[in-house]
Design a protein around this ligand. Sequence first.
Ligand code: V47
Length: 392
Amino acid sequence: MGSINGSLDDIFRKVRDGERLSYEDGLRLYASPDIHTLGEMANYVRERLHGRKAYYNINRHINYTNYCVLRCKFCSFYRPLPKDGEATTSLPVAGQKPASDGGYDLSVPEIVEQARAAHAAGATEVHIVGGLHPRRPFEYYLDMCRSIREACPGLHIKAFTAIEIVHFTRISRPRRTIREVLIALKEAGLGSLPGGGAEIFDDRVHAEAFRNKVGEAGWFDVHREAHSLGIFSNATMLYGHVETPAERIGHLIKLRDHQDVSLRERPAHFNCVIPLSFIPEGSELAHLPGPTGLDDLKTLAICRLMLDNIPHIKAFWIMQSPKLAQVSLDWGVDDLDGTVVHYDITKREGGGTTHQELTVDRIRRLIRAAGCEPVERDTLYRPVRRSSATTQ
Ligand code: V47
C-alpha cells in the first residue's frame, strides 16, 4: 500500500522495477492529485520503450456510411436509414450536397476514388469504418477491399471495427462465423483491424450508454479470432461519459489480460491502444461536460502505466486536439495517428466539417517542438523510408 499522505513512491518503485501495476494501483493513480509524478512515471515507461521517438503515419480515414441500425447515446454520427428507401448516396466532403437527412452511403467506386487520392498523396494506410448499414450485403465490403487492393497495391487496408465484423456475420448469406468473415476479408485485402467499438467493457456502462451494441464478449471474440489468424489489431477506450475511473481501470485490465494470451499463444496481438476522449456535442449525452485537459493527460498516462504489454499508446489528435496530443508526448504517448484528412465520426477539429487534416509538416513540427524525434511509420510500426521528407 502507499503511504498515508498518498505518495506514489511505491508505485514508482514498481514502475522502475518493471513490475505489473494492480487494479488498486490504477485506482490510486486516478485518485492522486500528484499529476507531476504520474506524468514522470508514464514518461519513464515511454522512454524505456521508445526513447524520444514519436510515431505518425500518412493515412486517410474513410467513413463509408453514417446510416446505422444502432442508436448509441454517445454517438453523434449515426443516421437512421429512412424506411421509405429514400436514402441517397452522397459524398460527405466540401462542395457535395448531403442527403436531406444528413445521411450518406458511399459506393465502392467513390471509396476507391478516396483511397486512390490518398495513395497518390503518399498515404500508406486507409482506415475505413462506418455505421452498420441495414441493407448493404457482405459482398459490398469484400468488393470494397478487393477494389482498393487492385487500384492501390501496397496501400494497407485497416478496416472495420469488431462491431462491424459481428454485423457481417449476421448479414452474410449463408451466415458466416467471425472466423469465416475475417478469412474472407483477409483474402480480399484486409490488412488489420482498427480498435474502435470497445467503449468501456462493463455491463453497467453498456446498459446505460450503448445497450444494443455488441458487448465485451463479442468484441473480444473478434480480436481473438483476428489474432489467431495473424491479423494485428488495435484497441480503444472511450472515456469521459458515464463511466467511473474504476470502470476505466477494469477496461484496461481486460485488454491487458487478452494481450497476455495473444502474446503467448497467437501469431498477432494488439499493437496500440487509443484512449478516445468523449466529445459530447451533438450526441444524446450532450448535457455532459466531457473530459478536461487534465483528465485526458491522466488517462493517457495511466494507459501507458497499466498496459505494460501493449507497445504503443496513441493520442488521436482529432479527439484530444493537436495541442494536447503534443503535450501528451511527455505523458506516456508515443504516437499521434496521422494526417487523417477527412473524419466524420466527431467534427470538433474541423469546425463542424469533416475536413480535419494535419499536414506532415505540422505533425513533424508538433513532435520536434515537444523535444521528440518524428518517425513516419506504417500501420505495423515499421519505419517508412522516403527519399525526401514528404509534405502535403
Ligand atoms: O468506435 C464515437 C468513438 C470510435 C464518439 O485503431 C467517439 O488506430 C469520442 O476507433 N466522442 C472510432 N469518441 C475511432 C476509433 C479510432 C480512431 C483512431 C485510430 C484508431 C486505430 C481507432 O470513436 C468509435 C467510438 O468508440 N466515438 N463517438 C464521441 N462522441
